[in-house]
Ligand binder design. Sequence first.
Ligand code: FMN
Length: 177
Amino acid sequence: MSSPPQPDSLPTSAPEKFPVDLRNIMRYFASAVTVTTGAMDTGELFGLTISAFVSVSLDPPLVLVSIRNESTAKDLFIRAKKYCVNILSADQQKIAEKFSLSGEGGRFQNLDYYFGKGGSPIIRGCIGYIDCKLVEAIAAGDHTLMIGEALDVGYEKKDPLLYVDRNYARIENPKRD
Ligand SMILES: Cc1cc2nc3c(=O)[nH]c(=O)nc-3n(C[C@H](O)[C@H](O)[C@H](O)COP(=O)(O)O)c2cc1C
């Protein structure tokens, strides 16, 4: 693995309005990858690839996903009042790619999923899922923070899919208990 660039070699380009462009540093923040899904009462399914996911509180069990305001799914999540965070395994890169393509209408075609207790799609083969009801949507700049209360979780021991420096990656020597 090559070592990260030193601060003085980082790109310095920034949007005109603000002095920093977070993308220049956040690309080096390795993260797991989720596909966060939802369903309308009409049966319409939606979802997108999201790495901005955090556990917020244990009691009550709260999590958060951050969604770009321009995403077609943002208003759907708010209207559906529920979502499911599916944490992808290393062999699910194709799913991550499909759910991150703008204008991709057939995201759920040929996808192996079922509906969880909360009514959102759970993708089979994931490391785990957090099935949530939406409790708060907080506007934050060009994103919206969707806080969800976990209704149900499921998991199995698998290798995670990672994303770093604009590329998918996997752990070379995963350690298992
Ligand atoms: C690895 C990865 C992580 C991403 N994380 C986020 C995220 O946290 N929030 C977000 O809004 N978009 C994220 N995106 C971008 C969305 O997946 C993408 O903009 C969206 O699915 C495009 O479809 P839409 O135009 O229908 O919303 C990510 C993309 C990739 C490839």
